[in-house]
Ligand binder design. Structure first.
Ligand SMILES: NC(=O)c1ccc[n+]([C@@H]2O[C@H](COP(=O)([O-])OP(=O)(O)OC[C@H]3O[C@@H](n4cnc5c(N)ncnc54)[C@H](O)[C@@H]3O)[C@@H](O)[C@H]2O)c1
Length: 352
């Protein structure tokens, strides 16, 4: 295979980035893009020199000259384009959260196995060097056996009010903790089995956005480890970064702390004080580099080398199952069981 021929569905903040990265990559060719709005399609096509554009992804998927499809639609709209892409014989790179229900996730895993095409879920934090080092440190036994953990991803209000237009259709946990749940199950090499969660709805509801301001969920893993996942969308916009991210693992012989509130750089000007982000994407000598482009590049390698991606639909499904239990617990106030992975899907953690 010369270059991987890619179609991109969803051309918002993320779809723009996918098109930018893949259209500059020597192993990829962005053949077509698709969004609901014609003017967005036209703008992205002319910005990155993409040959064709569509407002209906089903039309785009009729093309025989696509090897793979990116699904970068809002959280609640991942299922139909992913299913259609697999049915048309394309590999899929889908944004997180993989799906918002276990039944959808399981149906897609079965479909991908049936058609022999794979799904990579865009948990791009796995490509952050500090998180890879954390994985290696835990795996080598340096902190002993993981006992407990804590993960916080809290955004400024701006994210729910301006950055995305569909905050009311999802929650901070689906949007933010999905990354952290994936990281924790990867690090502790164990699967979530039950969850209990509390949430508050005050600030965003008052602004007409029907979703939680903050969610805290305590998740128990099969190994006995337990982790608190916190996500919020109500930090004041004066906070010096769009997201405050902190992760901790406590083991029998040590601990890890990973603080990404400030990703090294601190800037003060007469207007504001800020912590600019640069670990996921940073423009270096005219190209985007960082964890996110590396995640996209590994999808190309998986296709070219015909190997399973590093982060699969099974990983996405396990995160969805934990989040589904968390959201059930938000409604019931009870401890809720996490739907176990069907045995037919095979071994977990084989590729850790
Ligand atoms: N991995 C990460 O770090 C990260 C960061 C931010 C967002 N995300 C995820 O990426 C996804 C997209 O987020 P975004 O911020 O780019 O959203 P966005 O609102 O900016 O863009 C969504 C795009 O999808 C298009 N769309 C919606 N339904 C469609 C359909 N049926 N067919 C074709 N196009 C359709 C819209 O027209 C729009 O172009 C979300 O699931 C989000 O959670 C991931």
């Amino acid at each position: 295979m010369d270059r991987v021929r890619i179609g991109i569905i969803g051309l918002g903040i993320m779809g723009n980035l996918y098109t930018k990265i893949y259209s500059a990559h020597p192993l990829a060719e962005v053949v077509a893009v698709c969004s609901l709005r014609q003017e967005q399609v036209d703008e992205i096509r002319s910005r990155y020199g993409v040959r064709d554009g569509y407002v209906d992804y089903r039309k785009m998927l009729e093309r025989k000259d696509l090897d793979a499809v990116v699904v970068a639609t809002p959280d609640r709209h991942h299922f139909a384009p992913t299913r259609a892409a697999l049915e048309s014989g394309k590999h899929v790179l889908v944004e997180k959260p993989f799906m918002m229900s276990v039944s959808e996730a399981d149906a897609l895993i079965r479909l991908s196995q049936r058609v022999g095409k794979f799904i990579q879920v865009s948990f791009n934090h796995r490509w952050l060097s500090a998180y890879q080092q954390a994985k290696q440190t835990i795996q080598s036994g340096q902190i002993g056996v993981p006992l407990a953990g804590y993960a916080r991803k809290n955004d400024t209000l701006y994210v729910a009010t301006d950055y995305i237009s569909w905050a009311g259709e999802t929650t901070s946990a689906w949007f933010l903790s999905s990354h952290d749940i994936d990281l924790m199950r990867w690090w502790v090499e164990s699967e979530p089995v039950e969850a209990r969660a509390l949430g508050r709805k005050e600030v965003l509801v008052a602004r007409g956005i029907p979703t939680y301001d903050v969610i805290q969920a305590q998740v128990k893993f099969a190994s006995g480890a337990f982790v608190t996942f916190e996500s919020a969308w109500v930090y004041p916009n004066t906070f010096p970064s769009i997201v405050d991210s902190f992760m901790e693992v406590i083991g029998t012989a040590g601990h890890l702390h990973m603080d990404r509130k400030c990703e090294s750089l601190e800037v003060s000007t007469n207007e504001k004080f800020s912590y600019p982000k640069g670990f996921l994407t940073a423009e270096i000598y005219g190209r985007l580099r960082g964890a996110f482009p590396s995640c996209l590049e590994d999808f190309l390698f998986a296709i070219r080398e015909n190997t399973q991606p590093h982060v699969t639909a099974i990983d996405g499904r396990q995160v969805t199952a934990a989040l589904e239990a968390i959201h059930r617990s938000l409604e019931t106030g009870a401890v809720e069981a996490v739907a176990p992975l069907p045995k037919e899907f095979g071994e977990l953690h084989a590729s850790c």
